[in-house]
Design a protein around this ligand. Sequence first.
Ligand SMILES: *Cc1c(COP(=O)(O)O)cnc(C)c1O
Length: 362
Amino acid sequence: MNFCDLAVSGVTDLAPYVPGKPIEELQRQYGLKDVIKLASNENPMGPSQAVQAAIARNVAQITRYPDGNGYQLKLALSEHYGIAAEQITLGKGSNDVLEMVARAFVSQADEVIFSEHAFAVYGIVTQAIGATPVVTSASNYGHDLAAMAAAVSDKTKLIFIANPNNPTGTYVDPAEVYTFMQQIPERVLVVLDEAYYEFSEQSADTFRWLESFPNLIICRTFSKAYGLAGLRVGFGVSHPQVADLMNRVRQPFNVSHLAQIAAVAALGDNDYLVKSRALNEAGLEQLCDGFEQLSLDYIPSYGNFVAVNVGRDAAPVYENLLREGVIVRPIGAYGMPEHLRISVGLEQENAYCLEALTKVLA
Ligand SMILES: *Cc1c(COP(=O)(O)O)cnc(C)c1O
């Protein structure tokens, strides 16, 4: 039996998502003790004290199933952002929400538009369903919204936009995204993926746009600025009917109890967010200064990572950095074979990474 013959057509063509290498794996692989990981856009500060205390207070409850409706977390989100609980879909990470959108709305006959160099999960969830991906060319590594609007056909069901985008760090002016929304017919859903939203203090309040655009779905996550990547919690905000449909395909207990508890505590800890932002800003500057000293081009980033062009095939550079105990992310699979994506770490981690990069490129 060749099980590929049984699989959904798009699935056989899928390349599995390659995550950043875990620290322990590299330690085993090369017998290294000291390893730094700047490969998955994780928060380098460690978890907030408030989050740790909340988890400790609630740990005895893990024998129970979580609240499948996420009442407390939705309440906290609705108060924090001035949105209705009915607009919220909770996910085990926002990746879960991206998949729910596709599963609730996209069928095999549909087209899904996203940009070249955009976040890999858009292609995965599209192909997993057997729908047709329509990939528009990037402009300066970022989203070309005019090209995306022009790609809309009778078959288009969904458009994914990451702002800022990963792995490029590019950011489209919110005013342009707003104008884009005005051009898109209501029968086409638009996901605005704002995983790195909190890193910029003066980001537009895009939740207010939902009143004008019922076909808009905004995704945010606790994985990045809030530092909860390991717990898996994110959310979508949309028209209540869209949320209702997404909740029909949602697995009943997708977000764990401790993840819900932690997310509520994280929302209440603004100091952590402020520190997170400041550390990121300083770290980005440190990395980019280092790249400039090495005469390497990089893409100015609005996230907590930066894509740097190493001026040659980046795969061996990545491998040699591993031997120095530094894990970064090669992004050849994103059509960027000479770039490495480096997440912002603590000051000493960034410094060590730059040292290792200097050594490896010499
Ligand atoms: C990290 C990331 C996400 C979400 O990750 P989760 O951990 O699943 O919340 C979503 N979109 C983009 C563009 C990302 O980089």
